[in-house]
Every structure is written in C-alpha cells, then in structure tokens.
Design a protein around this ligand. Sequence first.
Ligand code: AMP
Length: 352
Amino acid sequence: MIDSSAIHRILEGYDCEHLSVATIGSHTALQILKGARDEGFENLVICREDMEKVYSLFGVADEILTIGDYRQVLEREFQNELIARNVILVPHGSFVEYLSPGRIEDELFVPMFGNRMVLEWESNRDKERKWMIHAGLKLPEEFNHPEDIDRLVLVKFPGAKGGKNYFLAADPEEFERKIRKFGRNGEFTIQEYVIGTRFYPHYFYSPLTDRVELLSMDIRYESNIDGISRLSHILQDSMPDPSFVVTGNLPVVVRESLLPQILEMGQRVVKASKELFSPGLIGPFCIEMVCTDELEFVAFEISARIVAGTNLYINGSPYSQLLYDEPMSTGRRIARDIKEALALNALDRIIY
Ligand code: AMP
C-alpha cells in the first residue's frame, strides 16, 4: 500500500491557490464537478471518448482529459500529469470498479479525498461484515451451508455489479436447482432476504467537525424485481426469476420518528471504522438497509464513498436544506470539506 506520508509530501508541493478537484467521468462526476465549481475550485474530468460530450454539453468541467482506457489513470506518467495540475481525486463507485480497490491502494499516488483503506473494507464481504458487526448493526442471517436454508434467502456473488446474477431461494432444493442454472459453484453468500422497505441514507462524516451529517436518502429502483412487483397478480403461474440490477433511484424521506435510529447507525459505523482502520471513514458513505414492519432497521451493505442515489439531490435534499440552507449536494459537501481543511491548513486530515 502506498504510504500516506508519501501522499502528504506530494500534497505539500501543491499550489493551494490552484487546486483542481478531479474525478473519472461516470457515476456522480457531474455532481462532483459542479460541487467543486460552486465552492470555487478548478475542476477536471478524466473520461473515455464516448462520455466526453456529456461533460462538454453540461458545461461543468474546466478541463476534460480523454483517455482510451481507464487503467491508463494508473500509469506513472499520467499520474504525474495530474499532480502537475494540483489534482485531488474524488473516488466514486465506477472509479473504484474501473481501477479496483487493490490497485488504488498499491499504485495510485495522486492525493485522493478520504481514507483509501476504506475501499478494501467495503469491497471484501468478510471485512465489511466484521465492520457492520463491530458497529452493532442488526444484520440479515447468513447461512454457511445451503442445506440449512429455512427461509427466503438471497444468494449473492462477490464483486457482483449492482446485484447482477443474484437469485432468491426458499429452500435447499431451490438453491441447488438455481445454483446449477446460474453456473456459479465458487464463492457465494447466502443471506436472509429481509422483507420491508429499503432505505439508502446518504451520510457525510468530516473529521474536521467530527459530525455525521445525514444529507439525503434514496431507494434504488431495480430490474426486474421492481417490474415484477407491478405485475405479481398476473404472473402468479409464470413468475420469472427476480433479478436486482440497479436501473435508477427514487427520492424518499423517512418517518421522522425513525431518524434517531438512522442517525445512530451512521455514527456507529464511523466510530467502528476508526477502531478498525484508523483514521477510519472520511467523507460520504451509505448504509443499505431495510426497515421491517416492527420498525427495525436491518443493514445489508456499506458503500464507503459517494453513491449514485445522491444524483437526485444536485440541488440539495430536504435534509441537506435543513443543515445548510443552500443547495448542498454530496459532491458539493466534499468540496466544502476540502475548502474548510485548506483554511485550517489541515488537508492531510481528509486526503490520503
Ligand atoms: P447489494 O449488492 O448488497 O447492494 O444488493 C443489491 C440489491 O439486492 C439491494 O439493493 C436490495 O434490493 C437487494 N438486497 C440485498 N440484500 C438484501 C437482503 N438481505 N434482503 C432484502 N433485499 C436485499
């Protein structure tokens, strides 16, 4: 892993009057770029040719660097070019997927917003579960042996992109039949399927203020499960296998009386992260959870970076409006943290 002191030395050489907030052109890049500009920073987007027009048409980027392949970002020469432009990289879901958590930790020496150690903790299912247990979150049951399945379960595969190929099974026989059909005999997780309402709260933790903020919330729209639910009475005899591929996001607010639980879960996840991998989680994160009819939250995943559901709130959300009284997206909140760290001469507390 690249030593954080090496990154901080690079940061010390930066011209702080001309910092450039940069990201890869996909996922939440529009919001990150606009947020940087709103906070007075220069910005830059690195994208493939097919995405270039998005950033030029929306006019949110000061500079567009076009590359043939995202892995080029890790080339030494390219990274030096970014450093020459005083770049601070902001990671997002596609950024992590394209470059891979391991290569980001080992090869990316451009200063990056947040603690890069977190990427390994969110992408490795065992570590992620350890983190969630340490935070005292209620989790779905997991079954180590398929023959123990005694309720509806969701079978998940490692590194599945947005739930691709996940399947449901109600008993060991259904599991065996489907695992053969999906042809995956390797690693998988068998997890209790929690029935309730899903919520994906978007939090932000800044070590500068030591505050966990709830900025917004969404529900993911997933195909084909959300399509099936509209037709379930017609499809009774010919129900297709449900799948969980994310296709969009819906805005949501939660019953106000449930906010204490949601806020506390965010605080506990941050506290546990500091105990497990100091300095812990920095910046945006999301806990994927289901609220049961007992009004209890069961958490099934942590995303330890900006999530795509925040794109609903480029102009702020009901929650961020209460906190800031100005349009505060998660992208802008990241830039605000950089600005505040700069004023305190404390960039090394949020950039690793
Ligand atoms: P994940 O890859 O963990 O984000 O899961 C993809 C989707 O599967 C989620 O957005 C949920 O709709 C669904 N899901 C995952 N785990 C569970 C669970 N334990 N109970 C109910 N739904 C789940």
